[in-house]
Design a protein around this ligand. Structure first.
Ligand code: NDP
Length: 322
């Protein structure tokens, strides 16, 4: 397992990490959370991702129980603040919700601090200066080490840097965007100027497009799968064109490349992401230990992805952002 710097920051994250969205507290109980985290850790994973919104806080509580088995300094733990409940001040990026949300998250995680804290979405109803000042407070008071954004536009990230400079505040270090073989625009095009200019680090999500890139949806939706369990997600993925016949045809073609390499389709899809040097860590997700085991082997498959094979993949994908 390679450890990469989070952009230009000094902290190092494992190139593959493990997240908890839809799994911890929904599909995984505490025993299985512990087992998945242990499997990932034994493969060299040091970064575990969470959010106040996941399973309405239960995901953080379960991770908190699992964390007791580790030395704190061996781990990089994140959470994200934005959706903390239904009250008018339970959501968004006001100073009030950032601080209250962070305190509550830390209680559930049973930690004094998280390493990374993200603004889970942009908040058009809070001035950027207020959010930047609140995050600066969070860092300077030791509640988190680094702050970042998730699913913000390049323009919004630039605005945060500008405000931080003017206010003498700590600027954001990292962004958490979706990135997989079918969703490439932000990481490969929109954010391009930010890597050099600000040393932006990336912790990327949904590397398998919720499982689409495993090939499990090639012949419909199997009963024991994410899209069968979370029907509104399946609907959303149909609406935004991710779950389409065209993409499934591509997965079928990519599977042949995986086979030739002696790899599985999920391993190929993860290894392909690891080839991008602007990605600090690829956050994987898993509903069972066997998936963690399989996915971690992507670091070996990465070594097999020569220029020629990358070109072959590009030809099949045919979606490189111009
Ligand atoms: P993926 O796109 O990789 O989807 C993971 C799911 O795919 C698993 O839960 C499992 O679902 C299936 N799967 C994974 N590996 C395999 C395998 N080897 N074989 C068969 N099926 C497999 O990642 P996620 O969408 O889960 O995202 C990863 C993490 O990113 C999240 O946990 C979260 O921490 C973060 N995230 C952040 C977001 C943000 O807004 N910042 C948004 C979304 C995620 P199943 O078995 O149930 O079919």
């Amino acid at each position: 397992m390679e450890y990469r710097r989070l952009g230009k920051a000094g902290i190092k994250v494992s190139e593959l990490s493990l997240g908890s969205w839809l799994t911890f507290g929904n599909q995984l109980d505490v025993a299985n959370v512990k087992a998945c985290m242990r499997e990932a850790f034994n493969h060299g994973v040091n970064f575990f991702d969470n959010a106040e919104a996941y399973a309405n806080g239960l995901s953080e509580s379960l991770m908190g129980l699992a964390l007791k088995e580790y030395r704190r300094t061996d781990l990089v733990i994140s959470t994200k603040i934005f959706w903390g409940g239904n009250g008018p001040n339970d959501r968004g990026l006001s100073r009030k919700h950032i601080l209250e949300g962070t305190w509550e998250s830390l209680k559930r995680l049973q930690l004094d601090y998280v390493d990374l804290i993200f603004c889970h979405r942009p908040d058009p109803e809070t001035p950027i200066e207020e959010t930047v000042l609140a995050m600066d407070y969070v860092i300077r008071n030791g509640l988190a080490m680094y702050w970042g954004t998730s699913e913000w536009s390049a323009e919004q990230i630039e605005a945060a840097h500008k405000a931080a400079k003017e206010l003498n505040c700590i600027p954001p270090t990292m962004e958490q965007p979706q990135y997989n073989m079918f969703v490439r625009e932000k990481v490969e095009k929109e954010f391009k100027p930010l890597y050099e200019k600000y040393g932006l680090g990336l912790t990327t999500w949904s590397p398998l497009a919720s499982g689409l890139l495993t090939g499990k949806y090639n012949n419909g939706i199997p009963e024991d799968s994410r899209l069968a369990k979370f029907k509104s997600l399946a609907e959303r993925m149909k609406e935004n064109g991710l779950l389409s016949d065209e993409n499934i045809e591509k997965v079928k073609k990519l599977s042949n490349i995986a086979k030739d390499l002696g790899a599985s389709m999920p391993q190929l899809a993860l290894a392909w992401l690891l080839k991008n040097p602007n990605v600090s860590t690829v956050i994987t997700g898993a509903s069972r230990v066997e998936q963690v085991k399989e996915n971690m082997k992507a670091v070996e498959v990465k070594e097999k992805l020569t220029e020629d094979i990358m070109q072959e993949i590009e030809k099949i994908l045919n979606n490189k952002p111009e």
